[in-house]
Design a protein around this ligand. Sequence first.
Ligand code: MIC
Ligand code: SF4
Length: 639
Amino acid sequence: MNVAQKLISSHLAEGEMKAGNEIAVSIDQTLTQDATGTMAYLEFEAMGIPHVRTKVSVSYVDHNTLQSGFENADDHRFLQTIASKYGVFFSRPGNGICHQVHLERFARPGQTLLGSDSHTPNAGALGMLAIGAGGLNVALAMAGEPFWLVMPKVVKMNLKGSLKKGVSAKDIILDVLRQLSVKGGVGKIIEYTGEALKDLTVPERATITNMGAELGATSSVFPSDDQTRAFLKAQGREDDWVELVPDTDAVYDEEREVNLDTLAPLVAAPSSPDNIRTVQDVKGIPVKQVCIGSCVNSSYADLMVSAKILKGKKVHPDVSLTISPGSRQTLQMVSGNGALADLVSAGARILESTCGPCIGMGQSPPTGAVTLRTFNRNFPGRSGTPNDQSYLCSPVTASVSAITGAITDPAEVLNGPIVIPLPDRYIIDDAMIIPPSKEPEKVMVERGPNIKPFPVKSPLEESLTSRVIIKVGDNITTDDIMPAGAKILPLRSNIPAISEYVFSKIDSEFISRAKESDGGIVVGGNNYGQGSSREHAALAPMYLGIKVVFAKSFARIHKDNLINFGIIPLMLTPEIYNFLQEGRVVEFPSLAEEVKNADTITFIDKTSGKTFSSEHRLTQRQREIILAGGLLNYVKNKS
Ligand code: MIC
Ligand code: SF4
């Protein structure tokens, strides 16, 4: 078996491990972050279970820390008190980005992790099966339920050779994105092997597994080997180490490779993480902002690389350079050894250890300007500036460019490779991780006025007549469906309020049409709903009365979220895609009956009387969830 199969088989709760089959895996650990966590804990609370049933569950606050009004502060109090009551560790705001802190302090080789954030596979760097999912799935995992997924294919990604001057782990994953595109990982686990692994540290591996999310992959995983052991030892957790390597005769569904010897520094050009160019291709483009940080590139080594490059230099007068350390541990390390002083003296603006600019929480770039970011997503407008020009790159490329004021090839300007050895011992101080209460019955959950009850849906109607109220193209992201940013993110606990922003960035009339027709139908292209795990991209449309989403294909997490909230995902042929223009009214005469017993759903165009049918591709379990009106109803009906 390969590593992915070993992890799945040791956690298999139901089903057969054959690619394409629906299987259930038991979950050892969960993580939530504040922007998805408030809903996840409201959902968990609604299940009436007194204590989480996982080995470890952690609630992080890292997205919404701007606190420009009472909303975020109220959410933080809610999250802290509910964590304490139900047996969840609480990582306080300021302690760091969930994926970075989880890697440092909790992730364990051989275990499973389900997180309500799409970059949860970051922990796959430690030989863990780590999967991103909607908040409701994470709530169920906290309740001890296994997680259902389609058994992925396993891709062997062979890393040959070794990294050369100016080239880093980020360039490896950008190369994989060049090979596979933002939909090439759907239904797959990417497993890394090869001679290059012996030199790749766990934080470097995490850069690679993190951005597997941009491939649409179910997860990404590295073996657990000597590098893993060294990292855990430096984190004072050597006892958590177990070896986990593929069998010598392991079989994979697909094989690919990246040759590190010939790899050049790369960027993802605007506005998709798979729009890959070599830095050589784009060098010389003037840059007005450089941002170093986010869960993909904010480790101790990432910041040290920047500090080494910037030491004794000054940031270009046209560039605003921001640094967001991934965790308090990282910040303590670089402040203790003087590297932070080098960054400050070069002119860097030091931000909190949070997601910050990655999710549009401040630091939107100037109009028309290029922003160069070490982040993982450059979806249109995500930075907060309309028509933004956001390039993604490694900390090495970002740092050399911050000095020159233009995109610069580090392979050309550096004298030699910059090697940052793994420290023998990281600074270990878990004071900002609060363990759950020993007297949970005494804990009062605090709820501010921003926390509104969870909306419930009724069972699926027998028939439906509805209007197409929006038609979009390929690769629509959850940022398009339910934008984030400093104005909208604080409303994550308030579905009625956040619903007002559905599709607002791409169609300002959408909401009025949805209200006029009391809901409606959404028509999308390929890879609909790529990106985030935010269930709000399904929950808010459900609240608006959307019952059906047609698409040529769906991103995995978003499709699950639609089903979880009782919205039917229907497959489109190119012919039906062309036919379903905005404004068309269609009738589904036997909706519930067909969801229950048929593989296709019939619908009739009200103007021409023409009849069509679309595949739903729902498993038996998913059919029942849709019929019940969503996963919460389904679970309640079962118990
Ligand atoms: C993101 O990177 O888009 C987020 C914000 O981390 C999301 C989660 C969210 O929307 O809260 C993700 O990737 O799942
Ligand atoms: Fe936070 Fe950005 Fe990572 Fe999402 S991708 S968890 S917003 S740092």
